[in-house]
Design a protein around this ligand. Structure first.
Ligand code: PMP
Length: 427
C-alpha cells in the first residue's frame, strides 16, 4: 500500500472521492457516539459495588489507633489509609496526607496556598511580579486550567517517548527564579500514555532550581492503572530519588483512587518530604478539621493492601484491554501504512494520544462531530487550549461499550483519512 505522501495528485483525488462517499454514508446513519470522556465504564464501576457493603450501621467505626471515625479529627488521614496510600506510591506512611475525594482538589489547594501564603516560608506567589509553570505537552487540560485560573504563565515543554524534554526543563528551572513548578504525569501520561524513563526521573530529582520554592507537581494519577497483566511499566520512585540527590523537598506527589474505586467518591493523597508535609499540615488545619474518615476506612477494609488494589486493577484491565486493543489494531491497520498519524501504544492509563499530520486535528474533530462522534476538543491538551501544530487528538476508549467504540473508531479513521487527503491536496 502506498502512503498518502507517496501518492500523486490524481491518486489522492481518487482516494478523496472514495472517502467522501464513505463519509456521506456514515453521516446518513445519524450516529450519536462519544470518545471524549476519560471515565470508567459502568462495568468497571460495578466491580467495586461490594465496597459499599463493608461498612453498615453495625460496623465498628474505629481506626486502629482507637479514634472514633464518626467524629471530628485527624486532619492528615487515618493511619491505615496513610499506609494503603504509602503502599500504592511506595513511600513511608508518615510522608502521606490523605485528603478527601479528589487529587485535583489537592493540586489546586497547593497552588492556592502557594499563592496566598507561600511554600515553606517563601514569599507568597501573589506578591511576585511573575510566576511561571512548565507544562509538558500534550498534557492534562485540568492541570493547565488550574495554573491559568491563578494567572500563572505557562511554558510548553515538548514530550518525547521518555518524558518531557529535560534539557529545556533544566535550563528554565536553573535559570529563571520565576519558574515555580512543573506539571508531570510520570506514568501512563494523559493523553499519550508515556512512561518517564529512569534517566528522566533522575534528572528531575537532580534539578538545581533558581527558586527555593520550585516544586515538581508529580501527578501519579495512573500509578496502578495497567492495561496488561504481563506488560506493566515501572518508574523510579521520585521521593527516593530526590532524597538521594539531596533535594528531598523538591516534589509534591499526588494520587487518588478515583479510577480504582469511584470517581468523586474515592480517596486522594499527597506525599512529600517531612518538611513539606509539616508545612502543608500547618496550613491545612485552617481549612478543615478532617476529611471523610469513614470513606478512608471503607477503602482500607475493602482493598486491604497493595495486593488488593493490584488484583482489583487487573479485573478493570480485563474490561478496558479489548477496547484499547481494538482501537490500536485499527490504527495500526488503517492509519500506519498511510503515514498520516502517530501514537504511542499505551501500557496503561486512560488515553491514546493521536498525532495527525500538522494542521489537521481541529478539522478531524469537527468532521467526527458532524458525523455524530464526539472527541475531546482539539487543543484541549495544551495550555490556553492552543496546540501550536494543531495535531494532537485525545482518544478515550474506556467509557463506551466495545460495540459503540468500534463504530466510533471507524468513523474516526475515515475522518483522519479524509482530512489528511484534503491537507495533502493543498500542497
Ligand atoms: N490527574 C490526572 C492526570 C487525571 O487524568 C485525572 C482524571 N482524569 C485527575 C488527576 C483527577 O483526579 P481526581 O479524581 O483524583 O481529582
Amino acid at each position: 500500500m502506498k502512503s498518502y505522501q507517496e501518492m500523486t495528485k490524481e491518486e489522492l483525488l481518487q482516494e478523496k472521492a472514495g472517502l467522501e462517499a464513505e463519509y456521506a454514508k456514515i453521516k446518513a446513519r445519524g450516529l450519536a457516539l462519544d470518545m471524549s470522556r476519560g471515565k470508567p465504564s459502568s462495568e468497571q464501576l460495578d466491580l467495586c459495588m461490594d465496597m459499599l457493603d463493608v461498612i453498615d450501621s453495625k460496623s465498628v467505626l474505629k481506626s486502629e489507633n482507637g479514634t472514633d471515625l464518626r467524629n471530628y479529627g485527624i486532619v492528615d488521614g487515618i493511619p491505615e489509609a496513610k499506609r494503603l496510600i504509602a503502599e500504592i506510591v511506595d513511600c513511608k506512611p508518615e510522608n502521606v496526607i490523605v485528603y478527601g475525594n479528589s487529587s485535583l482538589n489537592i493540586m489546586y489547594d497547593q497552588i492556592s496556598r502557594a499563592m496566598t501564603h507561600g511554600i515553606c516560608g517563601n514569599t507568597p506567589w501573589c506578591k511576585l511580579d511573575k510566576v511561571k509553570f512548565l507544562c509538558p505537552v500534550p498534557g492534562y487540560d485540568r492541570h493547565f486550567a488550574v495554573t491559568e485560573h491563578f494567572g500563572i504563565e505557562m511554558i510548553n515543554i515538548p514530550m518525547s517517548a521518555d518524558g518531557p524534554d529535560m534539557d529545556l526543563v533544566e535550563k528554565y528551572v536553573s535559570e529563571d527564579p520565576a519558574v515555580k513548578g512543573i506539571w508531570c504525569v510520570p506514568k501512563y501520561s494523559n493523553p499519550q500514555g508515556v512512561v518517564y524513563s529512569d534517566d528522566t526521573v533522575r534528572r528531575f530529582a537532580n534539578l538545581k532550581p533558581a527558586a527555593a520554592d520550585f516544586r515538581i507537581f508529580w501527578d501519579n494519577a495512573y500509578c496502578v492503572h495497567h492495561i496488561y497483566e504481563d506488560k506493566q511499566a515501572q518508574i523510579l520512585n521520585i521521593l527516593d530519588e530526590c532524597e538521594k540527590a539531596g533535594n528531598p523537598d523538591l516534589v509534591f506527589q499526588f494520587c487518588s483512587t478515583s479510577k480504582v474505586s469511584f470517581p468523586g467518591a474515592g480517596i486522594a493523597a499527597i506525599s512529600a518530604s517531612a518538611a513539606n508535609i509539616a508545612d502543608i499540615k500547618k496550613q491545612l488545619s485552617f481549612q478543615t478539621i478532617g476529611h471523610d474518615k469513614i470513606n478512608q476506612l471503607r477503602h482500607v477494609r475493602y482493598f486491604k493492601d497493595r495486593a488488593g488494589i493490584e488484583a482489583h486493577m487487573m479485573k478493570q484491565a480485563a474490561i478496558i484491554r479489548p477496547k484499547f486493543e481494538m482501537v490500536l489494531d485499527l490504527l495500526e491497520k488503517e492509519i500506519k501504512p498511510l503515514g498520516i498519524g502517530s501514537w504511542v501504544n499505551p501500557l496503561g492509563g486512560y488515553f491514546i494520544g493521536f498525532e495527525t499530520l500538522e494542521g489537521c486535528a481541529k478539522a478531524v474533530v469537527a468532521k467526527c462531530k458532524e458525523a455524530g462522534v464526539v472527541l475531546t476538543g482539539a487543543g484541549a491538551p495544551f495550555p490556553y487550549g492552543k496546540d501550536p501544530k494543531d495535531s494532537i487528538i485525545r482518544i478515550a476508549p474506556t467509557y463506551p461499550s466495545l460495540a459503540d467504540l468500534t463504530e466510533a473508531a471507524n468513523v474516526f479513521v475515515t475522518c483522519v483519512k479524509l482530512v489528511s487527503v484534503e491537507k495533502l491536496l493543498e500542497r
